[in-house]
Design a protein. Structure first.
Length: 598
């Protein structure tokens, strides 16, 4: 006896791909919300699914889409979803899906009927609410009854009451009553304001190596102050900015103390006291520069910082000799005033450049002051023992300088390794200097810089960055100034595509002379690609001359770059070419470093 077995495709077990269209939305904003709420849309690209799962997914989407329409105030909406032009309850739908040829995408259609837009009717506050805080609710009769706006009104009112000193204020969720004939919704909020209070005892948790007396001096709020949430948050941010805490949180007690005040508790997590950082850059004009810094973040228990740095320069560069930079920096916060910092610096440097060779030692002191969230300033005094050789002639100088700086920053970026995407950074530095030794000369170095950032798409991924630099020296003739105090152009800080210090007047052997004025500008476009990569395109231009700024030949360079974004900043690789030929100049320059060029 023989058996003949025949098999046929079992389409019911096949998986089905599909495409989704949405129709009937009143606006692009509504359609975007519908798509965001729909699993059919969000999971369409995750791969084919069995027919029964597709039908189940479509059924569950009806409630999701209706909820999204409700949130816009369209409470009499209807939603109809079809699959392959069949309704979800059509008994022929499963058979239709089983019969479709493998690989055919099913058309899924979400059709909505918006219905009338509901508006707010009566808006009622039940409870004792100060008149000056009532407007914080932000709702008026006749406004569209948008769910998110109605739900957010309560927290807005709570925030206003707490900012006004009502620390224990509560607002219950809205009680809503709909009138389907008038297409209105009446909402009622029950408010418990509680008493208007002052701050009571302020306590600290988590302090180990940082002295509590120091934290109290740094604190911006004190017992007896009116309770204000914005002022408390400002105090929290100030403590977090001291550099010794990895995290600072604050919360008020849930009840008043016996004296009728509200206690505050600050909870701090201290950072490790010691840190070691390593950095490096490479460019074809200067070679490899490597630096390491050891830091003590809390030297005496009051957030004093000690930073010791060792750096080597000119590695792998045959055109310049090896150099070093040894530095010690001490920073003391809360110097005389809460918003002032004292900085003491001790540096030793040796460098061999095309323009000059230098060995110098500097001791300096600065006082930095923060005037506001946007403005800072500093003033200081430095003494430098400077041994400089240029064109085979050596001179020993003793320099005394008193730099004064004012800075503006609206980028909102405190971390130097993060990329600014909007705002402006600008600074002006005036440095009156007197040189004793080779030439006794007094002069004033003036330097202004600005960088502006424009977020084109609004998501921080497409940014246009602009940079401008203007510097000039008043007093003394060009050659009477110490060579290291003159100005130079060319390189990553001014005009990329040209070697460091290569622009401007030159000696007969082609080495830079140095000038009394420099101006330069840059335009750079930065584009993120995915989560970790990015590209950049830029054009730089500048001048270097003996006279006033904006005189002398204009040199320009252009280039392309790649970015790899890491938790410690963007790894930058830029290649730039000169657009104006420089006799004896390089065909291109390569720059590798951490962080953006500016």
């Amino acid at each position: 006896m023989a058996f003949l077995l025949a098999s046929a495709p079992l389409h019911a077990a096949d998986t089905q791909s599909y495409s989704v269209t949405v129709s009937g939305a009143a606006s692009g904003e509504v359609e975007a919300a519908l798509r965001a709420s729909s699993q059919l849309v969000s999971l369409a690209g995750s791969g084919p699914i069995p027919a029964f799962a597709l039908i189940s997914r479509a059924r569950s989407d009806i409630a999701r889409v209706q909820t999204a329409l409700d949130s816009f105030g369209f409470y009499q909406n209807s939603v109809n979803i079809t699959v392959a032009d069949f309704g979800l309850d059509d008994p022929e739908l499963p058979t239709r899906l089983d019969a479709m040829a493998p690989g055919t995408a099913v058309a899924v259609k979400i059709a909505v009927t918006m219905g009338p837009l509901y508006h707010l009717g009566k808006v009622t506050l039940v409870g004792d609410v100060p008149p000056r805080d009532r407007s914080a609710l932000g709702l008026e009769s006749g406004d569209p009854a948008i769910a998110r706006t109605v739900l957010d009104a309560g927290p807005r009112l709570v925030a206003a009451l707490q900012e006004d000193g009502y620390a224990l204020a509560k607002v219950d969720g809205p009680d809503a009553t709909a009138d389907d004939r008038a297409h209105t919704i009446d909402v009622t909020y029950k408010v418990t304001s509680g008493p208007q209070v002052l701050l009571g005892e302020i306590s600290f948790k988590g302090l180990k190596d940082v002295h509590e007396e120091f934290v109290q001096r740094a604190l911006l709020v004190h017992p007896g102050d009116r309770y204000r949430t914005s002022r408390i948050e400002e105090a929290r941010q100030a403590l977090a900015g001291l550099g010794v805490f990895s995290g600072v949180s604050v919360h008020a007690a849930d009840r008043l103390s016996p004296d009728g005040r509200i206690p505050l508790i600050f909870d701090m997590q201290e950072r490790p006291q010691h840190a070691v950082t390593i950095s490096g850059t490479y460019s074809t004009d200067l070679g490899i520069n490597l630096a390491t810094t050891w830091s003590h973040r809390n030297l005496f228990g009051n957030a004093e910082q000690l930073n010791l740095t060792v750096a080597g320069s000119g590695l792998g560069n045959s055109n310049a000799g090896l150099g070093y930079n040894l530095g010690a920096q001490y920073i003391q916060p809360l110097f005389l005033e809460r918003n002032q910092v004292l900085e003491l610096d001790l540096n030793g440097i040796k460098q061999q450049l095309d323009a000059y060779d230098q060995t110098a030692q500097t001791i300096a002191a600065f006082v930095r002051r923060k005037f506001s969230q946007l403005w800072t300033g500093s003033a200081g005094l430095s003494l430098t023992h400077d041994d400089v050789t240029q064109q085979g002639s050596s001179h020993l100088y003793e320099l005394i300088a008193a730099p004064v700086t004012v800075s503006y920053d609206s980028t909102g970026i405190a971390d130097t390794l993060s990329d600014p995407v909007s705002g402006l950074r600008a600074g002006l530095t005036l440095t009156p200097t007197h040189a004793f030794g080779g030439n006794n000369v007094s002069f004033l170095v003036t330097q202004a810089t600005a960088s502006s950032y424009f977020d084109i798409a609004g998501d921080g991924r497409s940014v246009v960055a602009l940079r401008a630099t203007l510097a000039t020296i008043l007093g003394g003739s060009n050659l009477s100034l110490p060579p290291d105090q003159r100005l130079y152009a060319g390189g990553s800080a001014t005009v990329r595509g040209y070697a460091y210090q290569s622009l401007g007047p030159q000696f007969p052997d082609g080495n830079p002379v140095g000038v009394k004025s420099v101006d330069a500008g840059s335009v750079e476009f930065r584009q993120r690609i995915g989560a970790e990569w990015g590209v950049a395109a830029f054009v730089d231009a500048g001048q270097a001359g003996d006279g006033t700024p904006f005189t002398g030949q204009v040199y320009a360079g252009a280039g392309l770059g790649a970015r790899y974004y890491t938790p410690i900043g963007a790894v930058r690789v830029d290649v730039a070419v000169p657009l104006v030929h420089l006799p004896g100049g390089d065909a291109f320059e390569l720059y590798i470093g951490l962080g953006q060029a500016f």
